[in-house]
Design a binder for this molecule. Sequence first.
Ligand code: BG6
Length: 469
Amino acid sequence: MQYSELKAFPTGFLWGASTSAYQAEGAWDEDGKSPSIIDQYEHPKEYADFKVASDHYHRYKEDIRLFAELGLKAYRFSIPWTRIIPGGTGPVNPAGIAHYQDVIRECRRYGIEPVVTMYHFDLPYCLEEKGGWGNRKTVQAFVEYGKALFTHFGSEVTYWLTINEQNTMILHPGAIGLPAGGKLPSKKELYQQNHHMMLAQAKVMKLCHEMCPQGKIGPALNLTAMYPASSSPEDSIAAHNWEVLRCWNFADVPVFGWYHPLAWRYLEDRGLAPEVEEEDRAILQGATPDFIAMNYYSTATIAASRGDASDVSARAGDQQIMLGEEGVYRAAENPFVSKTKYGWVIDPSGFRYTLRKVYERYHLPVLITENGIGAPDVIEDGQVHDDYRIAFIRDHLHAIRLAITDGVEVFGYCPWAALDVVSTHQGYQKRYGFLYVDRDEFDLKEMKRVKKDSFFWYQKVIEENGAFL
Ligand code: BG6
């Protein structure tokens, strides 16, 4: 669709940036924090672990000052359950509360809106030992944790994100790390975990609305539109299969209160349907989100399944992610898009297309909580020339502007990442930040923060409310 004039970014647009606690903070066992599953999982030995990360836990004041200089209007970060209730359930840790009160105060001091993720992959390990998300008791434990967050931070935080990328955790559990011994849960177990997360999410959304009158809460999912590999009807059906199973099913439950019908049929047919108790439908229908938070990196292109094991293949450039499912879909190449060094498709138009679909489906305002390009940035003479990041973000912001012109309500953009953090499984060789953190995979150096070229560019974007995009 072409327009005579593009709409401007709305006044008050939340120009932001994101991190997650375990990837940025370090201090993995300080101030009463207990280990999370991330701390106990096996990760590739050739990359940095999460023990020190970017030392954001100790340097948050310096970092937030730099975010203010960047001009951020919002900072999306996660609070780890393990710092707030180290035992998973039970007593609250005063040091954990004090730390995040201070982080939030620091943001507010500069007029930065804190956007808080309640759960970013980091279940307390003590709960994992009792069955983790597979154990229905974890639902109540999460509600208890939510109650602690709303009690201590509810008056200072407006935007809450329940669970980050539940779809990634369920569909690609290996991407987050491998449990000791390397054995991942079965699909049946994963869909039971998923059901419990859905219940936990619905309960904390309800609780947030009860406890925080000004609070707004929503799920943060990795959403992406799918293209059929050809105009063959079978390819279109396969693309729809995967779009439903990968994306819509995870957002339909919080918004509509029950599973997408196609996804439920898939689960039933394969013996993967979770055990559901009588009260569950009422719980899921008892709360709705105020917005959809969306992480967008790339699109996928899908061909019809051949119905055999060849449907499954590893993503080029990232062997940790397996694509395709026998009898459902297979991954295909798209000649119209380029890729990052790690095989992630670069597709700004796909961003606009995904935003249209999300808004058309849910009619809820959208907050972009992740988007960005991972690259092996190089520091030379104290400078980082990341023109590829500027191009990536410029094109994706232009796509948002087109989507806004299309009528989609987008109220903020928090790209990944505010500063360099440890990648989920590629260490510091894959960086995303506006601020370079000067450390190597194993040599921590002084971890000096260095403003990349993209920092100065994004600063100007924010200053002008995106006018020149
Ligand atoms: C998202 C996650 O899936 O992608 C982040 O929410 C993650 O935690 C980001 O870091 C980029 O992925 P990666 O594997 O390149 O670090």
